[in-house]
Design a protein around this ligand. Structure first.
Ligand code: 3PG
Length: 310
């Protein structure tokens, strides 16, 4: 029981190896159902989870011996952070482990959109060779607006540094972060000057539904929109409306308000979304690479050292 960790999601074995070396015992149960996990949680000091279930007040009250939670990834929106902290539970996440994946995926979406790659590929497969309709836009000389300047936003800015773009960023909770990669600006400047908008905010009460009709209305130029953060930050119908109005030239969405089937198919906007040639979709995998699988676990194990000392 002492120094015992319950692991309820699939993680790289390196975490278990390193946690054991720190004196923890690990119970690796990636296929455990939520209800079964709730039943045995009181037996553990630590919980390792990706996004299998919500760690809300009720779950935290059940977990009477919990000292720490490791989120094998970046987003903490499935954990009631305030309540956990009020119970002196240490929270660990590992955005350093998947920030490279997210930065690269965001650029992949952006370049695919700007060069019509998915649409052009589909046309050729159907026997249609159209050059003019597939004329692309260059990134060079454009202004890329990053909203949310944590690990993911920074990773994107660094990776864009060779493209000859102007990179500006707004973060409601950070100041003084201008450097060789980025210029810190107000949201007003993001809206006024961006050609590309890339979202890197966590999902909170403040960011839920942030990108809606009104928000998009204020952009001065037509934009390419990239969302690799959380689906609920963006109102999908508003993106589709802005595409119709020519305010969004293309949207690369790795995350959606509702994810997975069959729930996604039942959304009123899904048919329009899937038929739009101006949208590229990926199934919430921006941060999920062969490389990040290992790096996330390494970062978590490294941070576990501090817990071991407590
Ligand atoms: C994250 O927050 O790290 C990513 O969105 C990946 O989440 P996942 O652990 O649910 O794959």
């Amino acid at each position: 029981m002492k120094n015992s960790i319950l692991i309820v999601d699939d993680i790289h074995p390196i975490f278990i190896e390193q946690a054991r070396a720190l004196g923890f015992t690990c119970d690796y149960q990636p296929t455990l159902k939520a209800d079964a996990a709730f039943g045995i949680l009181p037996d553990y000091n630590g919980l390792v989870i990706r996004s299998k279930f919500q760690v809300d007040k009720q779950v935290l009250d059940l977990a009477t011996n919990l000292r720490f939670i490791c989120r094998a990834g970046a987003g903490m929106d499935n954990i009631d952070e305030d309540y956990a902290l009020s119970k002196n539970i240490t929270l660990i996440n590992a955005p350093e482990g998947n920030m490279d994946a997210v930065g690269e995926h965001a650029i992949g979406l952006l370049l695919s959109l700007m060069n019509n790659l998915n649409a052009a590929d589909a046309e050729i497969r159907k026997g249609s060779w159209q050059r003019e309709a597939n004329r692309g836009h260059e990134l060079k000389g454009k202004t890329v607006g990053i909203v949310g300047y944590g690990h993911m936003g920074k990773s994107l800015a660094k990776k864009l540094s060779g493209f000859g773009v102007l990179i500006i960023a707004y973060d409601k909770y950070k100041t003084g972060f201008s450097d060789q990669y980025v210029r810190e600006v107000s949201m007003e400047e993001i809206v006024r000057t961006s050609d590309v908008l890339s979202l890197h905010v966590p999902l909170t009460k403040e960011t839920n539904g942030l990108v809606d009709d009104e928000y998009l209305f204020h952009f001065k130029k037509p934009i390419f929109l990239i969302n690799t953060s959380r689906g609920k930050v963006v109102k999908t119908q508003s993106v589709l409306n802005a595409i119709k109005q020519g305010k969004i030239l293309g949207a690369g969405l790795d995350v959606l308000e509702t994810e997975k089937f069959p729930a996604l198919r039942e959304q009123p906007w899904f048919d329009e979304l899937r038929q739009s040639g101006k949208v590229i979709l990926s199934p919430h995998v921006a941060g999920w690479t062969f490389d990040s699988y290992r790096k996330i676990s390494e970062v978590m194990a490294f941070k576990l050292k501090d817990v071991a000392l407590l």
